[in-house]
Design a protein around this ligand. Structure first.
Ligand code: GUN
Ligand code: ZN
Length: 439
């Protein structure tokens, strides 16, 4: 017997990147819409009356009117072991890593600790409407085991990797080139393709990997060409200076990853703020993705990511957006895009709300090459959904009184919204938002 449900509400799904606020061809919007969800997938989508008629008799119905139903948010860069690092007071990236982040990640050698944090991690994602995330685990295989076991339990589509790091960190956080290779292989064998789990090859960044370990990552990348590769690039000036000192033969930071065969269309580069034109060309030619993490970039004072400028280059750079928990300060993709907007304002650029909502859904799915499964409300996609209320607080309710258009409503959600605006989160058709008083 199939498990079928009808979910009714205002549907919004993007077809492609919006060119302007007036670009209504870039999305589909159904004011009284419905999704027919069958065995976790969208079996029909559109006008409520038509979908209702096509549904088998007796199909139960969940009515979310007047709320918006969108594809679940996607977060393309975050750190599972950094939940208890958020709000650590540091001058900049390297001080923050050495003083707080590395010591905290050492705790993930304990599988009980990793399992406990994994429960909280997925609760927070779902509380904030995020149904897919791309995450770094710690160097310990135990952390990857906890991360993927909990994703499997919840039926979520997740990307993650055991971090490879063999220098410039405390002893408890170091592997070796061989261990990094062997344990990544073990994680791939145990978890890749199990449920909706995807393993990413994850050399943390060039500072914490010796050339020998970069070669081990290269070997993994050529043995497993379908896997994502994630690392960090050009986040902070001091980081860039030290990195180039460690790899003097490379032309620049980006060239280090290119030399080890780590730059391709499955490569996700966290931050990538301070790129030269040569580096941006290299990313563009490789089809690698620059992942913008606005709350983190502001919190750590790392810099202003030229999102719009990179997108409109003659050789455009593929981009995605992310929270970067725990350098980032919010699990919410709404809060994230609010900060992304402000960064573009400071750069004299406009980021309109259609673009923001595109980026955190379809845009991030495209960046991952997963748009057939997530990021839209198209038939055949997994029913990973977020239901949004633009008036969950007195202040938002008051502002909603004067709002007339969909883009205005989206802009309010982005500017003032957070987890309180998330009415429900569905994973493969199952309602999963934890209760607000859940521990
Ligand atoms: N660069 C290397 N590791 C990290 C990390 O954990 N967070 C951030 N923001 N940058 C990094
Ligand atoms: Zn990061």
């Amino acid at each position: 017997m199939t498990d079928t449900t009808l979910i009714r509400g205002r549907l919004l799904s993007f077809r492609r990147a919006p060119l302007s606020l007036a670009d209504s061809d870039s999305y589909t919007y159904e004011h009284d819409g419905a999704l027919l969800v069958s065995d976790g997938r969208i079996a029909a989508a559109g006008d409520y009356a038509a979908v209702r008629q096509a549904a088998p008799e007796g199909t139960p119905e969940i009515d979310h009117r007047p709320h918006l139903i969108l594809p679940g948010f996607i977060d393309c860069h975050m750190h599972f072991p950094q939940m208890q690092v958020i709000a650590s007071y540091a001058a900049d990236l390297l001080e923050w890593l050495n003083t707080y982040t590395f010591p905290e990640e050492c705790r993930f050698v304990e599988s009980d600790h990793a399992a406990r944090i994994a429960t909280h991690f997925y609760d927070e994602l779902l509380r904030h409407g995020t149904t897919t995330a791309v995450a770094y685990c710690s160097v310990h295989k135990t952390s990857a085991d906890a991360f993927f076991a909990e994703a499997l339990k919840r039926g979520m589509c997740m990307v993650g990797g055991k971090v490879m790091m063999d220098r410039n960190a405390p002893q408890g956080l170091l592997d070796t080139p061989q261990m990094g290779y062997d344990e990544t292989r073990a994680v791939i064998g145990e978890w890749h393709g199990k449920g909706r789990n995807h393993v990413a090859i994850t050399p943390r960044f060039a500072i914490t990997s010796t050339p020998e370990q970069m070669s081990a990552a290269q070997a993994l990348a050529s043995e497993f060409p379908d896997l994502f590769i994630q690392t960090h690039l050009s986040e902070n000036q001091e980081e860039i200076r030290y990195t180039c000192e460690l790899y003097p033969e490379a032309t620049d930071y980006t060239d280090i990853y290119a030399r080890y065969g780590l730059l391709g269309p499955k490569t996700l580069l966290g931050h990538a703020i301070h790129l030269s034109e040569r580096e941006a060309d290299a990313l563009s030619e490789a089809g690698a993705v620059a992942v913008h993490c606005p709350t983190s970039n502001l919190f750590l004072g790392s810099g202003l990511f030229p999102l719009k400028a990179l997108m409109r280059r003659e050789k455009p750079v593929r981009v995605a957006v992310a929270t970067d928990i725990g350098g980032g300060s919010s699990y919410s993709m709404l809060r994230t895009m609010d900060e992304a907007y402000k960064i573009q304002q400071l750069l004299g650029e406009r980021l309109n709300p259609l673009e923001s909502f595109y980026l955190m859904t379809r845009g991030n799915a495209d960046a991952l090459g997963m748009q057939a499964d997530i990021g839209t409300l198209e038939v055949g996609s997994s029913a990973d959904l977020v239901v949004l209320d633009a008036a969950p607080t007195p202040a938002m309710r008051l502002r909603m009184e004067t709002i007339r258009t969909l883009p205005e409503e989206l802009f309010l959600l982005q500017t003032m919204g957070d987890d309180r605006a998330v009415v429900e989160t569905y994973v493969a058709g199952a309602a999963m938002k934890p209760a607000s008083d859940a521990q």
